[in-house]
Design a protein around this ligand. Structure first.
Ligand SMILES: NC(=O)c1ccc[n+]([C@@H]2O[C@H](COP(=O)([O-])OP(=O)(O)OC[C@H]3O[C@@H](n4cnc5c(N)ncnc54)[C@H](OP(=O)(O)O)[C@@H]3O)[C@@H](O)[C@H]2O)c1
Length: 357
């Protein structure tokens, strides 16, 4: 890549924005200039990048003239208003929000799966939902080998998937709970539900989840939709998978759960392939697959874990095994860093695709 580009990051003060800055530097993205943009709350704050201080601008008054690539990660409402403005002023927008993902005129791209789609953009390219990205990276090579009829996925999604405030919520709850553990005792000296409820109430203005997340699992990500009461996150997995894989016939059933893990999402993925696909063959295919790291020697207790996936780029796949309860059934365990491959890294890889052209 010889050409240097002028880059803007909208949402630069957030969890995805910070990860974008880290990865741009790690990958030596060819930056001619960098602008950091967020809300009026952050205007004037300074962000360090590559030894330089960059002053944060207010999105409401920022101009996008002169920016070649604008990474948006400030929520769907901001993207709906300002991404078309940025594209109109000449930037190519790579949008991390859900605002344009299902717009037929906007490509939804995972570089390992449908890179060609990126080139059809009209100024905006959508970055898919984090849980969908890691699943399709793992499944596309199997789809190419044997076809996929149906996917049943359950997600175990880390708190960082809900942004910086959500990480803080879990931190506060863990600290509050820790004070009630005493050496040598396996019980805590208080009612855990009441204690976490009090911490939750005390921090309510800063909380993100509808319940305490420490020592808990919340089967509710995004609002409930339609008469079947699937959540937005679950429906994103259904519709985005079909769009990225370019196959509307794939049936997807998703259950998305928030878990008290800080970084990296995990998924159990059950697939029914069109043609038979032995577990060994699936392993051999995934061992060669772009973006995937096979971690699958269970007898040695080697399988993907969110603790190790956090801060790393690959989509880790393991626990690959036949599902004897259906014809052509396979089970997989898929883990990836939601802020990296699930957001910032995928967005930067899209930008790199554009630069290659
Ligand atoms: N977290 C993930 O794993 C993940 C994965 C895929 C996609 N995404 C998407 O990426 C986006 C950002 O997520 P996040 O996790 O980084 O959230 P976050 O940590 O809460 O950060 C939100 C960012 O948006 C900015 N923002 C909020 N309101 C704004 C406004 N009115 N005008 C301008 N900027 C505003 C914030 O700026 P201030 O600091 O000034 O408030 C901050 O920089 C969301 O659309 C999310 O759905 C997140």
């Amino acid at each position: 890549m010889n050409k240097k580009v002028h880059v803007g990051i909208v949402g630069a003060t957030g969890a995805v924005g910070a990860t974008l800055l880290t990865i741009l530097k790690e990958r030596r993205f060819p930056i001619a200039s960098l602008r950091c943009i967020a809300s009026a709350r952050s205007q004037g704050k300074r962000i360090m990048f590559d030894g330089r201080e960059i002053e944060v601008e207010d999105l409401a008054s920022a101009s996008f003239k002169g920016i070649d690539i604008a990474f948006f990660s400030a929520g769907a409402e901001r993207s709906k208003v300002y991404a078309p403005k940025a594209a109109g002023e000449g930037a190519v927008v790579i949008d991390n929000s859900s605002a344009f993902r299902m717009d037929p005129a906007v490509p939804l791209v995972v570089p390992e799966v449908n890179p060609h789609a990126a080139y059809a953009h009209k100024g905006i390219i959508a970055n898919p939902n984090c849980s969908t990205i890691q699943m399709v990276v793992a499944l596309k090579p199997l789809y190419d080998a044997a076809g996929i009829v149906r996917i049943v996925v359950s997600s175990y999604q880390s708190v960082s998937g809900a942004g910086a405030k959500a990480v803080y919520q879990l931190e506060q709850e863990i600290k509050g709970l820790a004070a009630h553990f005493h050496e040598g005792a396996w019980q805590i000296d208080t009612d855990i539900e009441e204690l976490l409820g009090k911490i939750y109430e005390a921090n309510k203005s800063e909380t993100v989840f509808p319940y305490p997340i420490c020592s808990n699992l919340i089967p509710h990500i995004g609002s409930f939709q339609g008469e079947d009461d699937y959540t937005q996150e679950e429906l994103k997995m259904v519709y985005e998978t079909k769009k990225i894989m370019e196959d509307d016939s794939i049936q997807v059933s998703a259950t998305c759960v928030r878990v008290p893990v800080f970084w990296a999402h995990s998924e159990t993925v059950n697939i029914q392939t069109r043609k038979p696909l032995a577990a060994d063959r699936a392993r051999a295919i995934l061992a060669q697959a772009p973006g995937v790291e096979l971690v699958d020697t269970p007898k040695d207790r080697v399988y993907p874990l969110p603790l190790f996936a956090g801060g790393r780029d690959p989509v880790y796949v393991g626990r690959i095994r036949r599902d004897p309860s259906i014809q052509n059934g396979l089970n997989l365990w898929v883990v990836a860093d939601n802020l990296r491959k699930g957001a910032a890294l995928n967005a930067i890889q899209i930008a790199e695709l554009l630069l290659k052209r």
